[in-house]
Design a protein. Structure first.
Length: 296
């Protein structure tokens, strides 16, 4: 049985840990509110932009084609893995690692065998994990330190340039989609080449709109597509950012709860140990008194 001093030290240690987890939960909750507001504002814009783009491309003449929509034989692949800069968020980062590895093994096993799968790691944890397994495209391990559209735009432009130049035949994103504080869903989405997507209900209702193009249909389509791709990646990063804070808030709440349960057990152990020590001392005193009485 542990001594009273050892149990007291463990109680103090667990109490300190519990205070830290409580503080981290509060910080994550504050950051989550801002991140959730950002993604909720971004979603309608991204959906509407994709809907307009879908309508335009559906009505476009055969001459109006985008270089980002050219489907090629997939020989070289770029995977954009989006994680966080920090840990202590449960399985948030490891889920992205598992999903990426599963994607490579199931869909790109042939390309991986020939060394034709490249990873663009967004987030420090992804940079550390995939950096040990091969070369990375770009350095975006501190994107979340000052998260903005400009920092994500650079990553999107690098991926777009790689596809346009033929360096990559397919570009795929792996990230956590934010649903609520306790739920994050792993998403695997193809960024390039462009694939037809189901338009939202409001976009479908206006699919037959007769647009007036100025200056020209081709120029508008060629301008909207790159912008839409950048917005799509930025939206994925915002989804991941909100998911990270939700996952960390949930993990710290559970850690605080577990620390409370452990404190109850330690205090019970402390009381039992203390009671046993007091009982032993009383028995020793009584035994000594009886020994003195018998010697007289």
């Amino acid at each position: 049985m542990a001594s009273l001093k050892e149990v007291r030290n463990r109680i103090v240690s667990v109490q300190s840990t519990q205070q830290i987890t409580k503080a981290m939960k509060m910080v994550a909750a504050a950051k989550l509110r801002r991140a959730q507001d950002n993604i909720l504002r971004m979603r309608p814009y991204a959906q509407r932009l994709n809907g307009i783009l879908g309508n335009l491309t559906a009505q476009a003449d055969s001459e109006v084609q985008s270089e980002y929509g050219v489907a090629r034989l997939v020989r070289r692949v770029l995977i954009i893995a989006i994680t966080s800069d920090r840990g202590l968020a449960g399985a948030f980062n490891s889920n992205v690692f598992k999903a990426t590895n599963t994607l490579v093994q199931s869909r790109y096993a042939e390309q991986a065998a020939s060394g034709s799968v490249t990873v663009m790691a967004i987030g420090k944890k992804a940079h550390e994990y995939f950096g040990k397994r091969g070369p990375l495209l770009g350095d975006y391990q501190h994107v979340f330190g000052q998260l903005s559209f400009d920092t994500v735009r650079q990553a999107a432009e690098q991926a777009m340039e790689g596809f346009r130049s033929g360096e990559y035949d397919e570009v795929v994103m792996v990230y956590n989609e934010f649903r609520n504080v306790a739920t994050q869903i792993i998403r695997v989405e193809q960024l390039l080449p462009l694939v037809p997507t189901e338009a939202p209900a409001e976009a479908a209702a206006t699919s037959n709109v007769d647009y007036i193009f100025a200056p020209s249909k081709e120029e508008i389509v060629q301008t909207l597509i790159p912008q839409s791709l950048k917005i799509q990646l930025y939206k994925a990063v915002l989804e991941s950012n909100a998911s990270e804070h939700g996952a960390r808030m949930t993990a710290m709440d559970k850690a605080t709860e577990n620390a409370g349960d452990l404190l109850k057990e330690l205090k019970l152990t402390y009381n039992r140990t203390r009671q046993a020590a007091i009982t032993t001392e009383i028995l020793e005193i009584v035994g000594g008194a009886e020994a003195l009485a018998a010697s007289r």
